[in-house]
Design a binder for this molecule. Structure first.
Ligand code: MN3
Length: 191
């Protein structure tokens, strides 16, 4: 479980120290705790995506641990892939976004800044329709049958070292590190 780019690759928008702690400590902890939660259960050996896509099948006594830690594992694993600096906003996804939203940046930012407490804002495909949603804690859109295309982590651990309490500044700068090529790829796969 290594980050596929340098911890400093997103500077100055997301700083190296935050990336290192976020990836190596927080993400790894979710993974380790997810593995512990499924160890010795019927879920052992299944991919987290398959498990979270069918949360009713998770044994009740481990369900909360699996949703929290499996969600933390899956959501971050996805998040790392959609981050890259200076990727132009283009491709079919860009066309679809322009058609669907009057002001995508404003609507997405609004979801990200108004998520109360910890959580995520997402661009998803829901039955073929582009939607902006937010999820609390480590809940994942895949548990609601939605396909994630883009996300921002708005837990304080994602920005506090650099931005402190200024979540809106972090959200504003996030638009400089969206890997639109990857988002487009997810969109084309999902369509
Ligand atoms: Mn996080």
């Amino acid at each position: 479980m290594e980050l596929e780019y340098d911890y400093g690759a997103l500077e100055p928008y997301i700083d190296k120290k935050t990336m290192k702690i976020h990836h190596d400590k927080h993400y790894h902890a979710y993974y380790d705790n997810f593995m512990k939660a499924i160890e010795g259960t019927e879920l052992e050996g299944k991919d987290v995506k398959e498990i979270l896509s069918n949360i009713d099948s998770i044994p009740e006594k481990t369900r909360t641990a699996v949703i929290n830690n499996g969600g933390g594992f899956f959501n971050h694993r996805f998040f790392w892939t959609i981050l890259k600096k200076d990727v132009p906003f283009e491709g079919e996804i860009a066309e679809a976004i322009k058609e669907k939203f009057d002001d995508f940046e404003e609507e997405f930012s609004n979801a990200a800044t108004t998520q109360f407490g910890s959580g995520w804002a997402w661009l998803v495909l829901d039955n073929g329709e582009l939607k902006i949603i937010k999820t609390p804690n480590q809940e994942s859109p895949i548990s609601k049958g939605m396909i994630p295309l883009l996300t921002i982590d708005v837990w304080e651990h994602a920005y506090y070292l650099k931005y402190q309490n200024k979540r809106p500044d972090y959200v504003k700068n996030f638009f400089n590190v969206i890997n639109w090529e990857k988002v487009n790829e997810y969109y084309m796969e999902a369509k």
